[in-house]
Design a protein around this ligand. Structure first.
Ligand code: HAM
Length: 414
């Protein structure tokens, strides 16, 4: 029997990797433009990093983590997201003593035991950015603008919508939660089993429930945005004003609750209507309490993460062609002497930085030309015995299907 991959995990094949590289490079270059530096953190952490960080009532901690007991009895978890691990690294490396603000980005595989479907995997890649030590609303706006500019830079600004809300702070969020608890208690019998439980753990999650009656009941529930305290109202107002001032469009969506418990104040999602149910391509927000929660000093923070698979799927729809090229020049030859010349020329061209394809299997010129075509090469150099003796080669432009003879004395080469 053939071996196979785990459900929800997938390979990224060579024919697709060009697009992945393109997207990742653009993100990295853009983040660095804003002063962010890459941090690499382990894929495996002590379970408490996520349990305390993400909140025990979040769906991820409740039922989606890949957790196992190590040989020494400690509980370890494969990271379901990047923020908690970056916060752990920020604290452990005392980054707060080095600079007043830390701007970090990361990319890597995340693991969640979710029900797989289009755009939703159990092993998936994120690119994320986290800013520590900044509490000004302009910092939220700048980070959101960076995310917005990323979508612009890959040609997707017309395909995504920025949705924005605020979840309040340590003052108004708990007050709102108890208001919600009171409201939902009045409808308890009609709530689904999960939501009846959420009523006691985190009533905010009920607003996110996909069950029909829960959606109906949620319609008349009090809204966080109507119940922000004065300072959160001012903070949110300045986030919106800053985005307005640089022309970043957004829609207010008071229903954003986010699946992780650490958020305070600003929350946002970039959504698309072109991917079906899994419509969030990036999401994030402020999490002013998390550094302290994980044992560090009180530190305001804000960040986001993008799902690379979903961005790739969207990008394929909008820009279908142009990412398959793995080779610049293919070298085809006819005869033994020409093969030796092809071998040396390939070496020389690669030393000069060109991506060169050639194989030395003695196939017919016709089949070599087929391979050249498949490789996506822009040009093919054809070396024949006759050309070799005349000190020329044929240069074929694969896009224009035209051929020229150019002088190239391969015989005199060592
Ligand atoms: P999240 O909303 O859980 O937030 O994930 C961020 C993005 O990762 C989603 O918008 C989506 O594009 C992608 N994603 C999530 N789950 C899956 C999945 N199962 N398959 C494919 N893609 C997925 C976070 O992870 C936070 N750490 C974001 C953040 C950073 N907040 C502050 N800083």
């Amino acid at each position: 029997m053939k071996v196979r991959s785990i459900r929800g995990f997938h390979d990224i094949l060579p024919e697709d990797i060009g697009r992945w590289h393109h997207i990742e490079e653009l993100a990295k270059n853009l983040f660095e433009l804003y002063g962010y530096s890459e941090i690499r953190i382990p894929a495996l952490e002590f379970t408490e990093v996520f349990a305390r960080g993400l909140g025990t009532s979040s769906d991820i901690v409740e039922k989606e983590m890949y957790t196992f007991t190590d040989r020494d009895g400690s509980s370890l978890t494969l990271r379901p997201e990047g923020t908690a691990g970056v916060v752990r690294a920020y604290i452990e490396n005392s980054m707060y003593t080095k600079t007043p603000q830390s701007k970090l980005y990361y990319t890597g595989m995340m693991f969640r035991h979710e029900r797989p479907q289009k755009g939703r995997y159990r092993g998936f890649y994120q690119i994320g950015a986290e800013l520590f030590g900044a509490d000004a609303p302009e910092s939220d706006a700048e980070l959101i603008a960076m995310n917005h500019n990323f979508f612009g830079s890959i040609g997707l600004s017309g395909s995504v919508t920025l949705e924005l809300s605020s979840l309040g702070d340590g003052e108004c969020k708990p007050a709102y939660k108890s208001m919600l608890t009171d409201y939902f208690n009045g409808h308890k019998d009609r709530l689904c089993e999960d939501c009846q439980r959420r009523l006691g753990t985190n009533p905010l999650r009920i607003l996110d429930c996909k069950q029909k009656t829960c959606i109906e009941i949620s319609k008349d529930a009090p809204k966080m945005l109507d119940n922000l305290c004065e300072s959160c109202t001012e903070h949110f107002g300045r986030v919106k004003d800053s985005l307005d001032s640089i022309g970043v469009p957004y829609e207010i969506n008071p229903k954003i609750v986010r699946g992780l418990d650490y958020y305070t104040r600003t929350v946002f999602e970039f959504t698309t209507d072109q991917l079906g149910a899994q419509n969030a391509v990036a999401a994030g927000g402020r999490y002013d309490g998390l550094v302290k929660e994980l044992g560090g000093p009180e530190t305001p923070a804000v960040g986001f993460a993008m799902g690379i698979e979903r961005i790739v799927l969207l990008h394929q729809q909008v820009v279908p062609e142009g990412f398959g090229r793995r080779v610049d020049i293919y070298i085809a030859y006819l005869g033994d002497e020409a093969r030796n010349a092809a071998f040396s020329l390939a070496h020389e061209l690669r030393s000069a930085g060109a991506r060169v394809g050639a194989d030395y299997g003695g196939k017919s010129l016709k089949s070599q030309m087929k391979r050249a075509d498949k490789s996506g090469a822009r040009y093919t150099i054809i070396i024949g015995e006759d050309e070799l003796s005349r000190g020329v080669v044929k240069l074929r432009d694969m896009e224009k299907s035209s051929e020229d003879e150019i002088a190239l004395d391969l015989k005199s080469q060592p």
